[in-house]
Ligand binder design. Structure first.
Ligand code: ZN
Length: 83
């Protein structure tokens, strides 16, 4: 393997490692912090000074990661195909 081919395969390997790392994160910790309320569960409304419950996360401050959504969808399709 020449240094040139090593240099050419490095970005592909990096992408594969990033994807596998993200999937491992989605399995280990499926919930991330809500981006709308920044994990507080409350959001300040623009017209008054009240802090209301965040509608996106229903006040939990958590959201399901995109990768976990994909994993759940694949699992559901697999279960549906087995029936
Ligand atoms: Zn929220």
């Amino acid at each position: 393997m020449t240094p040139r081919t090593l240099l050419a395969t490095a970005p592909c390997l990096a992408l594969v490692l990033l994807t596998l790392g993200y999937l491992a994160l989605c399995v280990a910790d499926p919930f991330g912090r809500c981006r709308t309320c920044k994990g507080t569960g409350r959001k300040r409304s623009p017209f008054d000074r009240l802090r209301r419950e965040c509608r996106r996360c229903a006040g939990t401050g958590l959201r399901l990661r995109v990768g976990r959504h994909a994993i759940n969808h694949i699992k559901d399709e697999y279960q549906a195909a087995k029936r």
